[in-house]
Design a protein around this ligand. Structure first.
Ligand code: ACM
Length: 492
């Protein structure tokens, strides 16, 4: 396993020099988990052309996926050992052990990367399908490892989201945060307020057709993600970034007049009417319906850039809305501007700054002991251009090369010792209109962020990463991902 090209890099790798395992055509997978077994077999079948039956019992399986039997050493390498796994590759068999379904699934993702890259082809390729021998022991640094897609500025159908979820899960990311509402579009059907979909969802940046997920579509996405151990975190951004809702319902506006649709890219001009009672009926209904669609623990209420809401109104609004989230049994997540508002116990503030010193809102959150999700704009904002030549993207937080996205430590980014729950890479879509645009800005930087969030700081370094990342290039090509060929990476 010397020099294995796995991303994110596992916490511990013990090579067994001279030992290899080669998948035989009649290989059998024995699995304690039908889901993990099928995840492995489904990924291996197209390129190998092998049948790869998945069975519960077998005396001599070629690959074995075992639940339980925790290796106590996992607790030494991670605070989330339950999501960890162990892989042992011997000449005659491969055993993957996970403490949980999620751990086993993560182990399967690593095993897939140990096979030659041709394994990612959708059509039958020549083997041999050989894996280097040795042992891997691995578990995540952070429990929350995410990406965000802004589906408001430009709408993307569920197929695009499913494709993204599949890629996230390959790199052991476990959250897809969806920015479901903003000035330009409302993207989730709400039965109690139907004009959100029909009027609020009717356009996007540049004036295109927009769109809105039906509840059935959203449920299908949530289920697809859950099967890959990815949690969908829904965001309804409030009280600013709300023109789409305001355009659908006049009564949500302070002057009782609905504005027109907005298809530009300005921010900070809209606000819900904070002193109207109907606003809270609206928020309560929306949050309840969104909660019913998402089994995960988090509900994101935005709270950023409310430049048209007075500070007093903002604090009053957040003081009422955060407890609604708690009452629904969800954990409040908000952009770090909610840091100054009444603190909801256990809440998470998502840091998106890029200044050397924390601003007032972040300082308040840190002082209060809020948990922190790190999305530093100058490191992991995927909408920043790589360099001046990137054909789409913005640059207000600077250019972000793959190395910039990689070379930082979430443990030391913020002063004090905040309770960091993880890292998330947001993709805002003012300039992102197609799946090819998503690919260009997301890959390869998403893989860098995945390693930042998963791997122990001591196990990773840029030189190793760039050569392991290079090996992902052919895999992305086989999977139809149009990645940015960052010139600092020695692409294979
Ligand atoms: C943000 O980028 N406005 C959170």
């Amino acid at each position: 396993m010397n020099g294995i090209a796995v991303v994110p890099v596992p916490a511990r790798v013990e090579p067994a020099p001279g030992v290899t395992f080669t998948l035989p055509p009649r290989a059998v997978i024995r699995s304690d988990s039908a889901a993990a077994g099928e995840a492995l077999a489904t990924a291996l079948r197209p390129a190998t052309g092998f049948a790869l039956p998945v069975v519960e019992r077998h005396t001599e399986p070629d690959i074995e996926l075992r639940l339980g039997e925790p290796d106590p050493a996992l607790a030494d390498i991670s605070e989330a050992p339950e999501s960890g796994y162990e892989i042992v590759v011997e000449s005659g068999r491969v055993v993957v052990r996970g403490r949980t379904e999620a751990g086993l699934f993560h182990g399967v993702q690593t095993l897939l990367q140990l096979f030659p890259s041709a394994v990612d082809s959708g059509t039958v390729q020549h083997g041999p399908w050989t894996v280097p021998g040795g042992r891997i022991l691995d578990a995540p640094r952070y429990a929350y490892r995410g990406a965000m897609l802004d589906v408001s500025r430009h709408f993307f159908g569920v197929d695009a989201l499913i494709r993204l979820v599949d890629e996230l899960s390959r790199y052991k990311l476990n959250v897809l945060h969806l920015h479901l509402s903003d000035d330009q579009g409302w993207r989730i059907a709400v039965d109690a307020w139907p004009r959100l979909a029909t009027v609020g969802g009717a356009t996007q940046v540049g004036g295109g057709a927009g769109g809105c997920y039906t509840k059935a579509e959203f449920a299908a996405l949530v289920a697809h993600a859950a099967a890959r151990h990815v949690t969908i975190v829904p965001e309804i951004d409030m009280p600013g970034h709300t023109n789409a809702a305001l355009s659908a319902y006049a009564q949500l506006n302070a002057d009782g007049v609905a504005p027109g649709a907005y298809t530009g890219v300005d921010v900070g001009f809209s606000t819900l009417a904070v002193d109207r009672e109907v606003t809270y009926d609206f928020v309560r209904d929306v949050l309840a319906e969104v909660t019913a669609l998402t089994p995960g623990p988090y509900l994101h209420i935005g709270g950023d850039e409310a430049k048209s809401t007075s500070t007093e109104d903002y604090l009053a609004f957040m003081g009422r809305v955060q407890p609604m989230v708690t009452a629904l049994g969800k954990t409040v997540v908000g952009w770090h501007q909610i840091g100054s508002a009444r603190r909801e116990p256990g809440r998470i503030v998502q840091y998106w700054g890029h200044e050397p010193e924390p601003d007032e809102d972040l300082r308040a959150a840190l002082a209060a002991g809020d948990r922190v999700l790190l999305s530093p704009a100058d490191r992991v904002y995927l909408d920043m251009k790589y360099d001046a030549g990137t054909r789409i993207g913005v640059d207000w937080a600077g250019h972000i090369t793959t190395r910039t996205a990689y070379d930082w430590d979430p443990g030391t980014l913020l002063p004090g010792r905040p309770d960091v729950i993880g890292v998330e890479a947001p993709l805002w879509t003012e300039t992102v209109a197609t799946v090819a645009d998503i690919d260009l800005l997301t890959f390869p930087r998403l893989a860098a962020v995945a390693e930042v969030a998963w791997s122990p700081q001591a196990a990773r370094d840029w030189t190793s990463f760039r050569s392991r990342l290079a090996a992902q290039g052919p895999r992305w090509t086989l999977r139809g991902i149009g990645f940015h060929p960052d010139p600092e990476i020695p692409w294979v």
